[in-house]
Design a protein around this ligand. Structure first.
Ligand SMILES: [Fe+2]
Length: 358
């Protein structure tokens, strides 16, 4: 290990010699300066020192001035002052100005070495601490980067899982083939037109995509029944909002989309189910979804009626504004040209659009 280097400053050569010989015998490397000016020149030369040991009373630039300049240029450099008894007030002033300690003349070898060792130990600990903190900051930055990457991967894999889930439901519920994808695409288009934030749109898209996931728990005999459902079957079917919510709410990523799933059959005027929520009580995503869902239902073939045009769907949605739908969202929806919906439908049906990325 390299010897620690101490700069010894005193205008009396004899004292410098005594101090240096005592320090050398204790395995320190020393360098002498005969004045504050001389000491500063050595410090500025780039030569490295671990500690400055300086006399207080010197003809050319005294110890206090040297201390000030040293602290300005090398704030972490420990400075130990050496003083005669009658300078004690000045020595205390030096401590207040940032000196590590002071040493009263005359002193024995051990009285010199003790404060020098303490000052060097303090400096070493401070340096270790600084290095540790710098490393820690770098480590935290690196981990944060890794975590963000992992999170992005996780989100991607989540979206793939959602796609598989939606696909599974499409297979089970033959009538709604591609329905989930189209409704999701329409919902995103309206949310974008409304100027919602990317993160919010992502939540709403997931909710829209999974809106009917609760139908996985509805018996096929009801889901695919060719004729009209009886009262009990309708009641069973209506459970799908709550069932879907229950499937998703425990998954942290899907806790917010789950709220949209829960509320996707609510109506603006409070006549929907399962909770009969009204107006703003219905999550915004569910209010947007509701328009998208109706748009797709009207423009798709059903067993009991053929598909109608997007123009007809717009008209019907306009008529239900304020009753089934949020009038403000209907207003924005009506500003959007019909060809947007036609293009989206064509793209989704041609399987061009996967789970929408933003
Ligand atoms: Fe539904």
């Amino acid at each position: 290990m390299a010897l620690e280097r101490i700069l010894v400053v005193d205008d009396e050569e004899t004292i410098r010699e005594i101090i240096c010989s005592q320090l050398s015998s204790a395995q320190f490397q020393t360098r002498q300066a005969c004045s504050g000016v001389d000491a500063l020149a050595l410090l500025d030369s780039g030569e490295e020192f671990d500690l400055v040991l300086s006399d207080l009373m010197m003809a050319e630039m005294d110890g206090i001035a040297l201390l000030e300049r040293t602290k300005e240029r090398f704030p972490s450099m420990p400075v130990v002052m050496v003083t005669a008894v009658h300078d004690i007030q000045v020595a205390l002033q030096a401590i207040r100005n940032g000196a590590y300690d002071y040493l009263l003349k005359p002193f024995e070898r051990e009285q010199l070495l003790a404060p020098v060792r303490r000052a060097l130990e303090t400096r070493r600990l401070k340096r270790e601490n600084d290095a540790y903190r710098t490393n820690l900051e770098a480590l935290v930055a690196a981990r944060t980067q890794q975590w963000k990457g992992a999170l992005a991967d996780l989100e991607r894999s989540y979206d793939l899982t959602l796609e598989a889930l939606g696909g599974a439901l499409d297979l089970k519920d033959a009538e709604t083939q591609h329905h989930t994808r189209r409704v999701t695409a329409y919902t995103i288009a309206i949310a974008r037109k409304m100027g919602l934030q990317k993160e919010e749109i992502s939540v709403i898209a997931r909710g829209a995509f999974l809106h009917d996931i609760g139908k996985m728990a509805i018996p096929d005999s009801i889901l695919n029944k060719p004729g009209k459902l009886n009262e009990d079957e309708v009641a069973k079917m209506k459970e799908h909002s709550w069932l879907g919510y229950n499937i998703l709410r425990k998954i942290p990523f899907l806790a917010h989309p789950a709220e949209i799933v829960y509320a996707h059959q609510e109506r603006y005027d409070g006549t929907g189910y399962p909770r009969g929520l009204k107006g703003d009580e219905i999550p915004l995503g569910a209010r947007i979804f509701s328009i998208a869902d109706t748009l797709d239902a009207i423009t798709s073939d059903r067993a009991y009626r053929p598909a109608q045009s997007f123009k007809a769907a717009r008209k019907e949605i306009e008529e239900w504004s304020g009753r089934q739908f949020d009038p403000e969202i209907v207003r924005i929806f009506l500003e959007m040209p019909v060809n947007i919906w036609e293009d989206l439908r064509r793209d989704v049906d041609a399987q061009i659009v996967g789970f929408p990325q933003h």
